[in-house]
Design a protein around this ligand. Sequence first.
Ligand SMILES: Nc1ncnc2c1ncn2[C@@H]1O[C@H](COP(=O)(O)OP(=O)(O)OP(=O)(O)O)[C@@H](O)[C@H]1O
Length: 313
Amino acid sequence: MIELFGVTKRFGAETAVDALSLRVEKGQVCVLVGTSGCGKSTTLRMINRLIEHDAGEIHLEGAPVRSFDEVTLRRRIGYVIQSTGLFPHWTVARNIGLVPRLLKWPRGRIHERVEELMALLGLPVQEFADKYPRQLSGGQAQRVGVARALAADPDILLMDEPFGALDPLTRQALQKQLQELQARLHKTVVFVTHDMDEALALADRLVVMRKGRIVQQGRPIDLLHEPADEFVESLLGGMDRGLKEAALTRVSERMLPLGPRLLASERIPYDASLSQALSLMLWHRVERLTVVDGEDIPVGELSLRRLLGGKSS
Ligand SMILES: Nc1ncnc2c1ncn2[C@@H]1O[C@H](COP(=O)(O)OP(=O)(O)OP(=O)(O)O)[C@@H](O)[C@H]1O
């Protein structure tokens, strides 16, 4: 668990973070959003003490962050940034093993851990272990960055725009991979992003910041339904909020069992979102879709009325 109590950070005359209080439960993904310069990165970097706070308290599992030495912080908190921060003259394997080496793990254990992480992140050892960062694509480098952050099995992961520099397809693939990892590893994650779709997809708890303060926080769906003010409303998508909400619901949650009717010709996977279903209906000018499982076998149907929240088909 991470707790911030009235935390303030000033840079000269400017207050970057202003008496901010926040609690991130164990295993939760907390996403910070807000306009540029509102203090998201500063908040993140105070948690691992890359920036020291001026006032208030920050606690990890109930103990002040200032009571931990640097090595303990490195072990307990993984940190991923947009530019990856990989050492250019080190191989992928060496980059991933950085923190275990600092912690003086035995060589064999480091080797095993690096291989385990590369497998976890979909980076075949044969192909990537001896490559240098310049030989990697943006998405591959970002995966190495995540593997490195996870190396010492930290409880906490701080991610600052980790996928910001990637093309939309790679970005979505890495978001999905992060969700799958999180389902297995249950880290306590604080994630900063400018991309509202990314924020809504990943967040258990969404925190909207403005001028160093929190304007609103809660479950994404609650913020979409009841934004505290116009600022939150427009940040969350304004008129697009309906589509953003639909993106949060899976087709499998709305579909009905297969009925006696003929199957609709257009098909959609059961784990697609309602916004994708709506898009497909618009594209094909149809009001019904056949829902299929991973093997393309029909498992249900989704009608436009049902998609809109109606009870019957
Ligand atoms: N090292 C620093 N020295 C002086 N001012 C700083 C420093 N770091 C941040 N600031 C200022 O503090 C404020 C908050 O910056 P921060 O990087 O936390 O915002 P942010 O919300 O992460 O912004 P962005 O979304 O653009 O990355 C900004 O006004 C910034 O100029």
